[in-house]
Design a protein. Sequence first.
Length: 256
Amino acid sequence: MVSVGLFALAFTCPLLGAGIGMAARSRLPGHHLGRDAIDVIKLAMGLMATLVALTLGLLISSANTYHATIESEYRQILAKMVHLDEYLQAYGPETKDVRERIRHVAARSFKQRWPTEDFGPAGPPSEGGRHRFVEIQRRILELKPVDETRRWFQHQALQVTVQLSDLRWLLVSQGTGPALLLPVFILIFLSVVAIFGSFGLYAPPTATLCTVLVLAALAIAGSTFLIVELNSPFHGLLQISSEGAHSLMQSLAERL
């Protein structure tokens, strides 16, 4: 998993920097670690640490917003799928074929998000193309309503398919991943190496100092892990639950 790999890297970089700082402390001439030099190093590293902390905070906030947005759109799709099936069922028995196709489209879409899970029959590959909702709309338009009630249900079903298509493309267009954040992580890791390297210059290595540095490294690694997981809403430990999709498929199957 990418998140685990970046967690390990984010945990290793600070400790590597601290080790370099401790090794350099015993080899640098005394005037390089004088009071004035240490004061300047602390100010520079304090500025760098502040920038790293702000960057991590902004990345966590952005990732959390992104995850919540994707989850909200996903739940809207589930709700509208239920409404679409209800409108077509209320129209009459002649919509059974269309409703079966909608069930296949839903199963295929969910299977793409959760490949290891079973959502029922997905139908022939031709039903899962890029214009899947256009074909559903065409079939709904081919219905011949004989009264105003059926005409209203037909109109509502068409409106829902338009909304579903918009939500689907919005969900696809918002796709992102850890690869887009990799340059930012590289800068953060390099900064962390420098910051922890300066820590190693301030005091001789002791059990207490090493423990504190390990805890700080864990905090940075945990933040990195959280950012990656939140930016992968359909993968990893914090992925959106597929329970709603399974409930929808069960409901559609029972209505047919």
